[in-house]
Design a protein around this ligand. Structure first.
Ligand code: SAM
Length: 473
């Protein structure tokens, strides 16, 4: 039976409830009266439950769809303004004992070069990332208790935080490693991680078991209940995601929102962020082998509906998607993107020709970070390298409180300006600098009108973000 407060996977992600929800939505997808009711609720900006949001996703009425896209844009603007947070993935090791059929790390793939970074190599990667201007990383590793035990991950996090090259620093390390025990989540929490990220891949148990035929990841319940263990261990910022293309997107959409609803009902905190990756070409992997690929239009609608259903959650799009697709999704709700990414182990310090590469999947947006920053500003966005929230203890419930009351911009806007200024001074190309300083002046003009925010600049930021640096505004 469906029970959002249960900690049993089959009860908080309930197959029968998903099927019932999908049937009801299919029958009512063009019931304009019902769609209008849901839109009225959504306009209150308190989010929607899975059984409401799916009706918006399924709706075929042209006029209503325009309204849905417009609302997503407005909500994005109300909660996130024009800020876009930047991050990069750092691949530590591609050793893996799982058999995931969509992932090139799978155990049977004998032609992908296997690599695991030493602490010295991690230092080199971090320096290369700092030299690009990055402040926030997501570390990634395959699942292999012998090669990548928790001790290796913990040591690597310590190394990453310890590297201070010129003015550079990695101030937030998010972690994307396989589902693990409460004890290990406690260790990650004590190591000062930002968000714990784990993609569900698919919420459909039957498909999940087929797609993960061997290895520890085969256990659907253990994987699905991972966020509960993370939360119980004290990690209060967790990030959800599904790998679109593996199963029907409607099933995944409902499962994802059910998961968000479960976390909120059980722990009082919904997901800090949601990722929407699509299956891509990779070594030994042909995305066309999966029947559920989605086109760019459906993808855009999914992003818009997630934005409306969970206004408080960061929405992440990686370099798996190309520039054009990313541009469209930024408008509809995406608030965080990766830039200048390499998905190979050791790829930042030592870029390899494709043939020798250990990359996890093909990157579609291959532009250097500086180009991505310039592009964002030219589109009217304010790139942000901010990591202040978690370093000043605004995580979990505290973060959600500020975010849900739409007050988070009081912190984020000045933090974004300050960290962009840092980036421009330390790393930007001349043209990016020029565009950036003009943008900062414009943003400051807006901020200067608000005394409250000016105080926050001094109290929250200068101390936290820029440390010793004397930035005068
Ligand atoms: N090993 C960790 C785990 O078991 O969850 C996660 C690390 S893995 C490097 C990160 C994510 O990459 C996976 O969760 C999966 O969703 C995604 N991924 C795997 N193969 C992919 C492909 N061919 N295209 C796009 N994304 C892929």
């Amino acid at each position: 039976m469906y029970n959002p407060k249960s900690t049993k996977a089959c009860e908080f992600i309930n197959h029968n409830e998903i099927i019932k929800t999908l049937e009801y939505s299919y029958k009512n997808k063009n019931n304009i009266e019902l769609i209008d009711k849901i839109l009225d609720k959504a306009k209150k900006r308190k989010g929607l439950s899975y059984n409401e949001a799916i009706l918006l996703l399924d709706c075929e009425d042209k006029e209503k769809n325009e309204e849905i896209f417009e609302l997503a844009k407005q909500i994005k603007n109300d909660f996130y303004g024009n800020r876009i947070v930047l991050f990069a993935p750092l691949y530590l090791s591609n050793y893996c004992i799982n058999g995931c059929v969509y992932c090139p790390y799978h155990l049977k793939n004998k032609h992908i070069p296997r690599k695991k970074l030493t602490q010295e190599e991690i230092r080199n990667e971090v320096i290369a990332l700092q030299n690009m201007g990055h402040k926030r990383l997501a570390i990634e590793a395959g699942e292999d208790p012998k090669n990548n035990p928790i001790e290796y991950i913990l040591e690597s996090i310590k190394t990453i935080y310890s590297v201070k090259h010129k003015n550079g620093a990695i101030r937030r390390v998010n972690v994307n490693i396989a589902a693990t025990s409460i004890e290990n989540y406690k260790k990650l929490h004590d190591a000062g991680i930002g968000t714990y990220i784990l993609f569900q891949e698919t919420y459909n148990k039957e498909s999940y078991e087929k797609l993960h035929p061997t290895g520890p990841k085969h256990d659907y319940d253990y994987h699905t209940e991972a966020m509960d263990r993370a939360m119980q261990a004290g990690i209060d910022d967790v990030s959800l995601g599904v790998l679109f293309g593996l199963e029907s997107y409607r099933y995944e959409f409902v499962g994802l929102l059910m998961h968000a609803c479960h976390l909120e009902a059980t722990y009082g905190v919904g997901p800090h962020a949601i990722s929407v990756p699509r299956v891509k070409k990779a070594d030994d992997i042909d995305p066309d082998a999966f029947d559920n690929g989605i086109n760019d239009d459906i993808f855009a609608k999914i992003v818009a509906c997630i934005r409306i259903a969970t206004p408080y959650a960061g929405l992440i799009i990686s370099t798996r998607e190309n520039e054009k697709c990313r541009e469209r999704l930024l408008e509809l709700g995406v608030s965080q993107i990766s830039g200048g990414s390499k998905t190979s182990v050791g790829g930042y310090y030592n870029p390899m020709p494709d043939s020798e590469d250990s990359a996890q999947f093909d990157v579609s947006d291959r532009r250097p970070l500086d180009e991505v920053i310039k592009w964002l500003m030219q589109l009217g966005y304010l790139p942000s390298f901010c990591t202040a929230c978690y370093r000043s203890g605004r995580t979990g419930e505290k973060f959600m409180e500020v975010c849900k009351s739409q007050q988070i911009h009081n912190f984020c806007q000045p933090n974004a300006i300050l960290t962009l200024k840092e980036y421009l001074e330390d790393y930007a190309e001349n043209e990016t600098k020029k565009i950036g300083y003009e943008l900062i002046n414009k943003e400051l003009e807006k901020l200067n009108k608000d005394k409250n925010i000016k105080n926050i600049i001094i109290e929250d930021l200068v101390k936290i973000e820029a440390g010793q640096r004397d930035f005068k505004f």
